[in-house]
Write a protein of this length. Sequence first.
Length: 199
Amino acid sequence: MSEPGHGMNGGMNGGMSGGKMLLVEDDEVFAHVIGRAMRQRGYDVTHAGNLIDAKARIEELGREDDIFDQAILDLNLGGHSSLELIPLLKEVNVHTHILVLTGYASIATAVDAIKLGATNYLAKPADADEILAALELDTENLAEHHASIQGPMSVRRLEWEHIQKVLKENDGNISETARQLNMHRRTLQRKLQKRPVAR
């Protein structure tokens, strides 16, 4: 729920100042930690734990005089994607800075998020300062920024990205993805359960 910010921004978040922030996250512990950290930095945080609640919050606060300045969206909400929230937020306020958080940052998904209007994407785990820095980043410098951080991709990372691409093309169908990759279904599931290498 919305709670008023406490004081001025005291965090290491560059030029951004406290404002209204929507946090869409189904991990209650992570949401509590990030929400508290943002409030300490002067943000008025509204939390939603699922897509339905998030849509309701956007409608409630979607008036001209009461809009979100920033939004942090967990990509995977109980098996549902939060990407559909991006156009809703942009419809209300085209200037809203939107960060997509994911436990398995995939380039294919990140590109979709940016195309829809997200400001940036970030792999979990991430702390409040990393989140604010990502929210502040100029979209025009996004590709260069990630390239400078990631550098050349390893063979394992390239394999992960290829699997994610094929999985996305098959709408998440693991059996069909395994068939196209000429891989046993259980092998694919095991690879998907592993946390990807950073690069």
